[in-house]
Design a binder for this molecule. Structure first.
Ligand code: NDP
Ligand code: 8X3
Length: 260
């Protein structure tokens, strides 16, 4: 079995109430990592905290805030005790797609939600946590959740794709800026993962959401959680810069083979 190098460390996960973030919380808890979990849905976070603490004997802090509000990001992260500020792992994951429309037909509220969450919220989290990581003087890992949508833009996905191209750009710049620090930066780019993602994209329309995964076995949140666990558990000297993870029959964001 692979050596466990993360037991006793502290991980901060944004978007921990569902999908990839929640599965990552469960996976890292299993490995003995103490967790700071953030999202807007307080009940889900509280239930997750209770289960993970009971099952794995780790400690969990929950922070309920919207990543789009910089003051709330700052206030919540600054409220952590000094011991909890020694964060070793950041999984910058909170994000969403809203709508699938031609650029000239997009609702600007949907555009704002994506840009505000996936670029600005993502930046607020990185901006607040990186100084804490630098101060620990330990080897830390930042995992930024990008997407295959951040490699090739697909029709009707302009803004979502642009936000994930931004995650790629910010990850690359960040890695260079941190080159003399002990911080690794990995951009993980999943393909189709069956989470609440499509239900949110189609505003609760389950038929449209289910169609996204029709004729292909998608990835599940646990598959990406396993990938994240692998990345953060590597020896200190090894940094993975980018990692694209797709299901068997998906080549990239636009080329998917579906059985009819
Ligand atoms: P889910 O919808 O299942 O999870 C999204 C998480 O983000 C939830 O925990 C949600 O929590 C949180 N979140 C959303 N908006 C905010 C906000 N404003 N403030 C705080 N938290 C927020 O989707 P996934 O797990 O699939 O998505 C996670 C990441 O993975 C996203 O960045 C997505 O773009 C990316 N991704 C997803 C893929 C997929 O096919 N599913 C493929 C490639 C990338 P709450 O609502 O409680 O606030
Ligand atoms: C989510 C995957 O292909 O729907 O990032 O954009 S996709």
């Amino acid at each position: 079995m692979e050596e466990n190098r993360v037991k006793g460390k502290i991980a901060f996960i944004s978007g921990a109430s569902s999908g990839i973030g929640k599965a990552t919380a469960e996976k890292l808890a299993q490995m003995g990592v103490n967790l700071i979990l953030c999202a807007r849905r307080e009940n889900i976070l509280n239930e997750l905290k209770e289960n993970l603490e009971k099952q794995y004997g780790i400690k969990v802090i929950t922070l309920v805030f919207d990543v789009r509000n910089y003051n709330d990001v700052l206030k919540n992260i600054n409220s952590l005790d000094d011991e909890w500020k020694k964060i070793d792992i950041l999984v910058n994951n909170a994000g969403l797609a809203v709508g699938l429309e031609k650029i000239y037909q997009y609702d600007m509220e949907d555009v704002d939600r994506m840009v505000d969450t996936n670029i600005k919220g993502f930046t607020y989290i990185a901006n607040t946590i990186l100084p804490l990581m630098i101060a620990t003087d330990k080897v830390c890992t930042v995992v930024n959740i990008g997407s295959v949508a951040g490699e090739i833009a697909y029709p009707n996905g302009s803004i979502y794709c642009a936000t994930k191209f931004a995650v790629k750009a910010i990850s690359d710049a960040m890695r260079s800026e941190l080159i003399d620090k002990k911080i690794k930066v990995t951009n993980i780019k999943p393909g189709l993962v069956d989470t609440e993602f499509s239900l949110i994209r189609f505003k609760g329309d389950k038929t449209k959401a289910d169609n996204v995964y029709k004729g292909i076995e998608p990835l599940y949140a646990e598959d990406i959680a396993d990938t994240i666990a692998y990345v953060v558990n590597l020896p200190d000297k090894i940094q993975i810069t980018d990692l694209t993870v797709t299901p068997l029959h998906q080549a990239n964001g636009i080329h998917i083979y579906r059985e009819s």
